[in-house]
Design a protein around this ligand. Structure first.
Ligand code: AMP
Ligand code: ZN
Length: 474
């Protein structure tokens, strides 16, 4: 099936062509673990997960690398200035940098699992790849792309890289007329960035390493170039991240990598649009009420409701978050779960293969066409309400939807049925048991009468391989 994705580099919807037939390698910029991950970050990670599931549905062998940034990300990305976000977070929480890295990484993984995202094939930490980052800077130094600013660090000279900034609309040569005056006036060109920062002379940092240039730590962009090359090779298929990363972080990653690997280093760049807050601004950690998965859980929403909300949007459009929208989404999700719960008794029916294949293929076509997850959900609404499709086929299709979108409909439906069963009143449980006994004695008339009584009381007995279940009627 043809796969089409929007490549930020060419600004075109392109047919995806893997470097190696049947395989896809993709790198995603992961979280900086200095604070909880907010719903905006998680939107980006969810789109990675839809991307991965789309490839799996197309039979690809997927290698996904997502890093954990635990060093080097400064508060001002544009200038490589300000404080290290990790050291700042550690001071705020009154913990060591290593402690907060572990704490927020574990919190991130909890959210990641709650949202049912498939684990990355490899999840490298920047601090485990310091040697590779030093080697990257050494190679760039040998090739003549670097210079030193005394008492500051080793910098990348963007004027040496002709295609600098190509990702966001053409060359941004470092000497471009009219470029804004930069904070660091010792840089040769405004867009130059740090490859290695020196530790301050008068203070010891919690995270610092020896290097050929002196004790210090890597610039934030170095980790993604070094780790992706190491774990995916010098050329790989796709690189992803939120829309904010294309202008600085990814421009710098390309400038660091292509002198070493040759161009193109990455075949396709995928950028996901922002989640906005209620006031229409980019959701961020520092603004207003902190909106993360804790807020979602505390308010009693199933994490799947947030996943469903993200799946209803498209990655190229910004999406506004509000609790009102979450309420509407929760209703819609619950309606589908109820419908799936009512299908669970269909275990003894047979799946109509032709009907199954038609809907299955329609959904794979939709998601392969630039990740149209919302179109898949329209199909779900259509087939689940159709009178022409039997329950077993609908249930089989919902199992496939769960693979494709990870929305756990069948799991939640089973839990709903179990919960309802627990809450069935004693007299209904007793009638159901009498019915089971009558069936065991092949007394079909009594069994039918008992079923009718249970039905009249608003309950249904569902027979299954392992016995029976009692569910409340819809
Ligand atoms: P960070 O933890 O800040 O390094 O960000 C992790 C990922 O979340 C990056 O790919 C960012 O581009 C992305 N991101 C940050 N803010 C938002 C937002 N409001 N909506 C969607 N993605 C975001
Ligand atoms: Zn990155």
């Amino acid at each position: 099936m043809a796969i089409r994705l929007f490549n930020t580099m060419t600004r075109k919807l392109e047919e995806f062509k893997p470097l190696v037939e049947g395989k896809v390698g993709f790198y995603s910029c992961g979280p900086t673990v200095y604070h909880y991950t907010h719903l905006g970050n998680l939107r980006t990670f969810l789109h990675n997960d839809f991307l991965k599931r789309m490839f799996l549905a197309n039979g690809y062998d997927v290698r996904h690398v997502m890093n954990i940034t635990d060093v080097g990300h400064l508060t001002n990305d544009e200038d490589d200035s300000g404080e290290d976000k990790m050291e700042k977070g550690a001071a705020r929480d009154n913990k060591s940098v290593w402690e907060i890295a572990k704490f927020y990484k574990d919190e991130f993984l909890r959210d990641y699992n709650d949202l049912n995202m498939l684990p990355p094939t490899v999840m490298p930490h920047a601090t485990d790849y310091i040697q590779e980052q030093i080697e990257l800077v050494q190679k760039l130094e040998e090739l003549g792309y670097t210079y030193e600013i005394p008492n500051d660090g080793i910098y990348y000279d963007t004027s040496k890289f002709v295609n600098y900034g190509a990702l966001t609309g053409g060359s941004l040569s470092g000497n471009r007329a009219g470029a804004r005056v930069d904070f660091n006036d010792q840089k040769r060109n405004p867009y130059d960035f740090a490859l290695w920062k020196f530790s301050p002379k008068d203070a010891k940092r919690q995270m610092e390493w020896d290097s050929p240039w002196g004790v210090g730590f890597p610039g934030w962009h170095a980790e993604c170039s070094a780790m992706s090359m190491k774990l995916l090779g010098n050329h790989f298929d796709i690189h992803t991240g939120g829309e904010d990363l294309s202008r600085v972080h990814h421009a710098n990653e390309i400038a660091q990598s292509e002198p070493i690997t040759g161009a193109p280093w990455v075949n396709l760049w995928l950028h996901y649009s922002f989640l906005l807050d209620k006031s229409g601004e980019k959701m961020a950690k520092s603004k207003g009420e902190f909106l993360g998965m804790d807020a979602v859980r505390t308010r009693g929403y199933d994490p799947m409701v947030y996943r469903y909300f993200v799946a209803m949007g498209h990655y190229q459009s910004q999406l506004a978050f509000s609790w009102e929208t979450m309420d509407a989404t929760a209703k819609s999700y619950a309606n589908l779960v109820r419908r799936v719960a009512d299908l669970l008794s269909a275990e003894n029916e047979t799946v109509d293969i032709d009907v199954y294949n038609k809907w299955h293929d329609d959904m794979v076509v939709a998601i392969s066409d630039n990740l149209k997850t919302a179109t898949v959900l329209v199909s779900v609404q259509d087939f689940i309400k159709s009178d022409d499709i039997n329950s077993a086929t609908k249930l089989a299709l919902m199992k496939f939807v769960d693979e494709l979108l990870g929305l756990q409909f069948v799991d939640r439906a089973e839990k709903l049925v179990a919960l309802e069963q627990e809450s069935a009143p004693d007299e209904i449980v007793a009638l159901a048991q009498q019915r089971a006994d009558a069936k065991a004695n092949k007394d079909w008339t009594t069994a039918d009468n008992l079923r009718a009584q249970i039905d009249a009381a608003g309950w249904t007995v569902l027979d299954s391989k392992d016995g029976y279940k009692i569910v409340k009627k819809a």
